[in-house]
Structure formats: C-alpha cells, structure tokens
Write a protein that binds this ligand. Sequence first.
Ligand code: AMP
Ligand code: MG
Length: 473
Amino acid sequence: MTLALRFDNSYARLPGDFFTRLAPTPVAAPRLMAFNAGLADELGLTDIPDGATLAAIFSGNTPPQGAAPLAQVYAGHQFGGFSPQLGDGRAILLGEVLDRAGRRRDIQLKGSGPTPYSRMGDGRAWVGPVLREYVVSEAMHALRIPTTRALAAVATGEEIARETMLPGAILTRVAASHIRVGTFQYFFARRDHESLKALAEYAMERHYPGTESPEAFLDAVIARQARLVALWMSVGFIHGVMNTDNTTISGETIDYGPCAFMDAYHPGTVYSSIDRGGRYAFQNQPGIIAWNLAQFASCLVPLMPDEDAAVARFTEMVNAVPERVEAEWLALMRAKLGLGTAQAEDEQLILDLLTLMAQNQADFTNTFRALATGTARDQFTDRDAFDAWATRWQQRLEDEADPQARMRAANPAFIPRNHRVEQMIEAAVAGDMAPFERLMQVLARPYDDQPEAEDLTRPPLPSEAVQATFCGT
Ligand code: AMP
Ligand code: MG
C-alpha cells in the first residue's frame, strides 16, 4: 500500500547548491509510536494505511511515491557566533504537499541519518526529544500559536549512543517551510547574490504572495516574528535556542530542543543546559528576535538598488522591532486580564501583576487562569499585596463587558509542563504510551476545563521539578 500524498516539490526545483539530494538512511525495525490522524486529514490523506506501512514510510525505509528527498543547506548565528555552514544534519525533506486549504506544507523526517551537513553528529535522534517535540509542538498549535506540526513518531529499533545507549526514533515534521534566517545568511556570507535573490523571490512568493520589494518582505517577516514572540511571552514559553537557523521566514515556531513553559514566573528564567549566559532567557526573547531580524535585514541589503539608503531604512525597521513585539504583547496581555478596550494605565497594571507574581513565585499559567474564577489570590504568599492590585484591576474591569469569557479564552488551563513531559518520556521508553496519549488528548483542548485532568494543572513538586533541558542532539 502506498500513501496518497500528492507531492509538488518546489524547493527541489531551486538551484542545486540550495541542497543535497539524499534519501533517508534505512533503519532496522521501524515501529509506529504515534500518528496524527487530524493533521493527516488536513494534508488530504484519506486512506490511512496500517501501522506497519506507516512505520515503513515515516522511518524513511520506503519513502512515499512522489517524494524528492533532500537535505537543505543553511548557516546561522548560534549563541551569537556565526557558523557559515550548517544544514540538515539529521533531517531529510521528503517534499511538499498542498493541503486541503491549498497551503504548501513541507514534510520532513528528523533523525533520518547522516547527511553532508552532519559534521560530527550521527544524524539520529532518540525517543525523548522526538516525543517531546511531538507533544510540545502540537500543544503550541492547540494554543493557536504558529508552529511546525508533528505527523508521526516512529521508533527505529536501533540504539544510538549519547551519554548512554538510547532507543532511536524519527519525527515527521510538517512546516509551512524550513526556510530560516540562516538560509539567507548562507548565501549572504558567500556573497552569492544571485542565489540570495532567487531565495528571496521564492520565499516571498511562498509566504508573502503579493510582496514585491525586499523592504516589504522584511516588514512582513518582522510582523510575523513580532507576533510570534509576543504569543510565546503570553503563555510563558521559553524557546531556549533562538539561533538564527532556528528563526523561520514563515513565522512558525521551529526546533523544540531545550524549550520549556515556565511554572513559577520569573522573567530571568532559563532552562537550557547550554545557555549558560542566559542569552535566551524568557525576558530576553524580544531583544533576541530583533537581533536575529537585524541579521536577516543585512542579507536583504545586497538586493536593494541603493545599499546606503537600504541600510538606513532597514536599521529604522529593525530598531522598531521591540516596540512591535511590545504592542502585540500588550494586546495579548490585556485580553489575559479580561480587558477588551485599551486604556493608558493598562500596561502598568499588567507589569505590576507580573512583578508581584515574580516576588511570590506564582505559577504563570495557574495565576492567569484563576483570574476568571476569582481564586488568583491563592497563588500569592503576600495576599495583601495581591488584594491591593486586585482592587485596581476590579475598578478597571468596570469598563468591560463579560471579562470572564475573555479571560477564559485567553488563559489556558493546560500547558505541557516540563515534569509531565519528562514523565511521559520515561514511560514511553519503558513501553508505556498511556501518558503520551493522555497528554495529547488533554493538551488538544487547553482552554477547556477538564476536571478529570486536574493533576496536569499542578506545578511540579520540588522532587519533580525539571532543572535543565537539553538539545537532545
Ligand atoms: P539545532 O541545535 O537542533 O538547531 O541543530 C544545530 C545544527 O546541528 C543543525 O545543523 C543540525 O542539523 C545539527 N545537528 C544536531 N543534531 C545532530 C545529529 N544528531 N547529527 C547530525 N547533525 C546534528
Ligand atoms: Mg535547528
């Protein structure tokens, strides 16, 4: 049985130095761990084959008909240092399909074996990060935050060497595209302006149809990324590795390595074990996206007729990024407090609540969720301080109609808490997929009260708290 996906592989039609054609490396004993039937339907997959066939396809052992497998090349700033050549070192793009809504979607295998861009790596992934990305990316989607999606997870039946031997797995990722700021940087660094132009034209047509000039393109990417980072901030999400190769041109969240949702609120929170300086700490994300977009802007300068004028104009645009994130953030945070109208003092009201939350180590998700039910004060040790704030807030709410409904729609009850994700991985490695299934089911409806899943709203006990997250490479 084959897979009725209708491929149309536009990236594979770009010049040859954009990628290396390469099939996934077969694995020993593929076994399907998870399959996203809802997403498969979106992609127009009607006849779903049995698990063994799906495992053979999404392990890369029998690539689907119509695929044109390749590894994409890119560059990127990693923690501020430039690597002129990165690329898909453990991923293979199978190709693109037009989904039911007519949107072009990449289908990529991650963990599919070595490529010319693997450097020292083995091109593989283990079950932990694969299921982590599966759960967290799908949770993000349910939170209405632009993201790559997870179509399948397949165990490879092979062990891979990390600090210990671990069971291997492959994730099938679906994305609007895998074009990154780093893809532009690759050609920019080589002064290959012809390829840069071809890439810009391709990306504009694919993601921002109707956009003609590099300036309009930059503005459109800034708008999407400003919105994205504001959305992350509104749910307490820390990406953890906001390198330019992990910043998409489409505006989707990509690369769920050491990412994490905060439990107790603190603006300086860092989870990633490799982020020693806290470069990608929660509160730094708006500044970092501005920095990444400055790199993107630099890449577009050679495409402009007057480079000096372009530098001046792009500098203005990049300097305005933090304000644009802030404007998006303010709108989102207003809704979280139940405010449908805008008043000058709203920002101070929001900032004062966040300050109190940090001082009281209040749980980010539960505090906002409890605002609608009037139980938020339980999240604070200094209740008098909260009450004083709440008096101001109640006065402000007098100008609003039905703030409760607005708050319930803006403040999720369920996020993929770190300790639950870790427990899920531990169970899966031991052969028990029940915690995975349960997380997927509950996180699909994050704004609904689900009393039977009350335990998943609980912050970690001290013994459960996850201190650090890892890239999982
Ligand atoms: P990431 O930190 O996941 O964004 O990856 C950064 C770079 O390292 C990318 O070029 C990846 O393809 C590469 N990489 C990560 N893990 C592996 C691996 N296991 N084998 C080969 N390359 C890898
Ligand atoms: Mg990456």
